[in-house]
Design a binder for this molecule. Structure first.
Ligand code: SDX
Length: 426
């Protein structure tokens, strides 16, 4: 990697030379470590301008609406690939040969079951526990099953862990749903493909096994694929930080699930549906656009805006096309929420405020409408996001542990009281 240098001139100080490292794509970086010996930290709340690591997995160009997974554009992967092939690509860096893909699918298929005692763990949740609370707990609990077979310094152990997590997340997510609706758990049927199997575990019961609609199964697979990875987002950064302490990988993924839950992040898909339901009719849209623009009103247009995308989110465009297909297949073309969403997008994208602040629909804006049309309750939306994103989290965790790393430990700008003595005689 060629290096140049930047020189920082501070009045009354010696010039500080800072190495520059070149990127393959996107901004180069200035290494700021030398600042410490000159008595300075950098200051970047929210890390908007901070590269916390080097990575080869995913590249996003927010201005051009580009998303590449190991160099392949998301639009081409969405059209020609499937979720498990993208999992292989994210984990291994290259697309699998047909034989490698078949072997990978077999490995995943043979890890879909969870230990029976996980059912007992679920029994401890309240009947109305939020699926994300259950998923976070259940995945964290998985560390109790594999704490003695996870040598994180062993690449084979790390890959077995990746396979187990990719395979078991749909089973655990479906268990969250079954607990939530008070139905018996459905075991995976390993004759089904990944997304089909998830829908089987979600919607079939011991009393009735229905055929899975292929258009719905394809949409579900695409939902997982579009959520697979997204560079150093909040939950992936959480997984990397937890992983940097050497923590058990299942505990690290549980930390990622916890971070994803927030409505500013993965929880937005549930918040979008709740917002569209609250808007209720196209005639109320202007009122909500006004609220979203009012600095004194905490209301935000959920599913709009992004820290990186300052143009369209390529995933949202694909999600919108998928929405059309699923609603047509299910005879729900005139779904009122979809109508409100499309009208809301049209109005917002012509509004000066959204144009000036570069707020466009993101991945969460249309995904919930697809999931609702399939029959998935809004409370399950983020659990499905987490299921798709697990491969991204574990790929970044694996990438970090595959090279020398240090525990993540940010510093601060301290503006509290200077040293003072305890008032012993007060
Ligand atoms: C995901 O990082 C990732 O990659 C995430 C993700 C992934 O795949 O992992 O893409 C998934 O999390 C998508 C984002 C889902 N969240 C939402 O849809 C929630 C609504 N959006 C916002 O809360 C917000 O846009 C964020 C959190 C997504 C981005 O926040 P930023 O980058 O910190 O931007 P900001 O809050 O500083 O907003 C900039 C300006 C502000 O106005 P000013 O202070 O400059 O006057 O834009 C305004 C904000 O008030 N603004 C909005 C808005 N989003 C930002 N105003 C109204 N509605 C919104 N949705």
């Amino acid at each position: 990697m060629s290096t140049d240098k930047a020189t920082l001139h501070i009045e009354g100080k010696e010039p500080i030379e800072l190495p520059i490292r070149r990127a393959t794509l996107g901004p180069d970086v200035i290494e700021v470590a030398p600042l410490l010996k000159h008595g300075y930290f950098t200051y970047d709340p929210g890390y908007a301008t901070t590269a916390a690591c080097e990575s080869k997995i995913t590249y996003i160009d927010g201005e051009k609406g580009i998303l590449l997974h190991r160099g392949y554009p998301i639009e081409q992967l969405a059209e020609h690939s499937d979720y498990l092939e993208v999992c292989y690509l994210l984990l291994n860096g290259e697309l699998p040969t047909p034989q490698q893909k078949a072997e990978f699918e077999d490995i995943i298929r043979n890890h879909t079951m969870v230990n029976r005692s996980v059912e007992t763990f679920f029994a401890g949740f309240r009947y109305d526990a939020h699926p994300m609370a259950m998923l976070c707990g259940a995945v964290g609990a998985m560390s109790s099953f594999y704490h003695d077979s996870t040598d994180i310094d062993n690449p084979e152990h790390r890959m077995i862990t990746a396979h187990r997590l990719i395979a078991k997340m749909p089973t655990l997510a479906a268990m969250c749903y079954k607990h939530y609706v008070g139905q018996p758990y459905m075991y995976p049927n390993n004759r089904l493909k990944y997304a089909e199997n998830f829908l089987h575990m979600m919607f079939n019961t011991p009393c009735e096994t229905k055929e899975i609609n292929p258009v719905v199964a394809k949409a579900m697979d695409l939902l997982f694929l579009l959520h697979a990875d997204h560079e150093q987002n909040a939950s992936t950064s959480t997984v990397r930080l937890a992983g940097s302490t050497g923590a058990n990988p299942y505990a690290c993924i549980a930390a990622g699930i916890a971070a994803l839950w927030g409505p500013a992040h993965g929880g937005a898909n549930q918040a979008v549906l709740e917002m569209l339901t609250e808007i209720g009719h196209e005639k109320h849209i202007d009122k909500y656009i006004k609220k979203a623009k009012d600095k004194n009103d905490p209301f935000r247009l959920m599913g709009f805006g992004h820290r990186v995308y300052k143009n369209f989110d390529p995933r949202a465009k694909i999600m919108k096309e998928t929405c059309d297909r699923v609603l047509a297949e299910l005879g729900k073309e005139d779904d009122p929420l979809f109508r409100i969403a499309k009208r809301l997008e049209e109005i917002a994208l012509q509004d000066e405020y959204f144009i000036e602040k570069k707020l466009y629909p993101n991945v969460d804006f249309y995904s919930g409408i697809i999931m609702k049309a399939i029959g998935i309750p809004t409370e399950m939306f983020t659990a499905i996001f987490a299921t798709g994103r697990t491969v991204g989290w574990i790929a970044h965790w694996n990438e970090m542990l595959s090279a020398p790393y240090r525990i993540g430990r940010p510093r601060q700008l301290y503006t509290g009281p200077a040293k003072r003595d305890y008032p012993v005689n007060r």
